[in-house]
Ligand binder design. Sequence first.
Ligand SMILES: Nc1ncnc2c1ncn2[C@@H]1O[C@H](COP(=O)(O)OP(=O)(O)O)[C@@H](O)[C@H]1O
Ligand SMILES: O=C(CO)[C@@H](O)[C@H](O)COP(=O)(O)O
Length: 555
Amino acid sequence: MGPKEGDKHTFLGFDLSTQKLKAILLNAKLDVIASAEVKFDTDLPEFRTTGGANPGLNKFEFFVQPVMWIKAMDIILDRLVISEADLSTVAAISGSAQQHGSLYWSKHGITALENLDPTKFLHTQIDDSAFVVNRTPIWMDASTVKQCIEMETAIGGHTEMLKISGSKCYPRFTGPQIRKIYQQRTHAYEDAQRISLVSSFLATLFLGKVASIDYSDASGMNLLDIREKTWSKACLNACAPDLEQRLGTPVSSTAVLGNVADYFVQRFCFPATCKIVACTGDNPSALAGMLVDKNWLSLSLGTSDTLMMSLEEPPNLEEGHVLCHPTEQDTFMGLLCFRNGSLVRESINKSEVGGNWQMFNELLESTPRGNFGNLAVHFNEMEIIPKAKGTLRWNKDMQPNSPDAAKGIIKFRSPQIEIRALIEGQMLHHRAIAEDMGFHFITETKILATGGASVNKSILQVISDVFNAPVYIQMGSEAALMGAAYRAAYGYFIHENQAQHPDAPRISYRDYILSLTPNHLQLVCEPNKDSEQIYGPLLQRYRDMAITLEANQAT
Ligand SMILES: Nc1ncnc2c1ncn2[C@@H]1O[C@H](COP(=O)(O)OP(=O)(O)O)[C@@H](O)[C@H]1O
Ligand SMILES: O=C(CO)[C@@H](O)[C@H](O)COP(=O)(O)O
């Protein structure tokens, strides 16, 4: 089942997330043998992104120029070559990407994709004219409230929408975003030959033709019937005309889509037989990379903070999302996304200690759990759940119904209190919402942390205490990236095995990957004994603050 002695096959995974494009190469035993990354803000300053995104002209709009991602691909492939990664051994490629963003291919773009000249960079061939919309909306865009209401109304209300698609309409979801393009840029919509998600765009580049969207990432569009795994006619009709032909047929997240385009064979020496496995969203890919069972709560601390869990049955959640599971056929995953994650931590780090994480951690650790009753909620941008924007700081004397509770206090008296109030506030928020969504914390609950901030042990200790559960991290690299390379390995294995032994039973993804890499987790923090005593009551305090902040929106 595993790799044969001397097996030289390698598997390449990409993660095109909000702030970076990352790549990882695994050998046949799934050990990391090469990696590279391109940071958009600093490596591609000509696109003037902050945190990987550009704010739009109108309120709540955020976009990216797709050519930035293509340029990043040119650079990262060169960086892999410079690091002496042998791309001639790559048996399969897959990827993961920020969810919900959409790209609109022009006729010219599709022709360019199919006729790539290996002597030139990708970005000089797939340039602005390859897309009919050059300011591609990404997940941070929250400007489609109107379209959400229209889509839900058209199909009979938000309950119907969440029953079909796993989520009520959220402004960042792709369906409402496509509807906005259709309404405000009708000619561009009509000229769009195909529409890709960011993940399927990644597969598209390597295939040299527009790639299928996978079931898991398709679940973040308000367009897929998550039980049938087909586009919902009702949702498509509520969104925009002639949409199905623009989306193509969705496929399994481990499906082999075809061989790598000749461009990559000629330019980077990929083997002509190298398989492209469907790419998926970064959160489903992180779940695929973690290989954990139902007692685990996965927490990604990327640009956004997200909580993920496996679900046997899809519950009808009022808030939050149910997605098709990326690697198990009749299973689902629960997802909660919090917009105010790393960028808020970064801004407090900057304002309090000049951007020095080591100093940030020293101050965090110098304060006691519970922070003398000082707690903060920082929603710098409109949060997803609850829908609120603003900052609120309470000290221990503040009463929820006192006249100054809505304003809170302006600033805490020291940076260390400010820092702990931020981190405890964020994690209490995440726990409160997870509980509201029906996640039961039991003694067996374990947390697996990933994403950029999961290197920070001081933050992980607060998580362990607030959730009263041990925290683990993934060995090798971040889970979304590992998930991409693992899916490449599994997709390749199944494809080859089926060709050679068509009647053999299909081994599950988890069994296959765990047979190659059994010890992929590392315990980093355990909760202190008095954690529940401290954070149980603070959870209610956080809820009072969130309710106050939400009420502030209306005033
Ligand atoms: N030592 C650290 N402590 C806390 N946060 C960190 C640390 N190092 C990096 N980060 C955070 O990680 C974030 C990037 O995470 P990453 O998962 O790479 O983002 P994305 O995948 O969304 O592009 C940065 O915004 C940064 O604030
Ligand atoms: O919108 C969501 C999930 O619903 C975000 O989680 C994006 O998928 C961006 O991911 P990161 O770049 O923050 O990892």
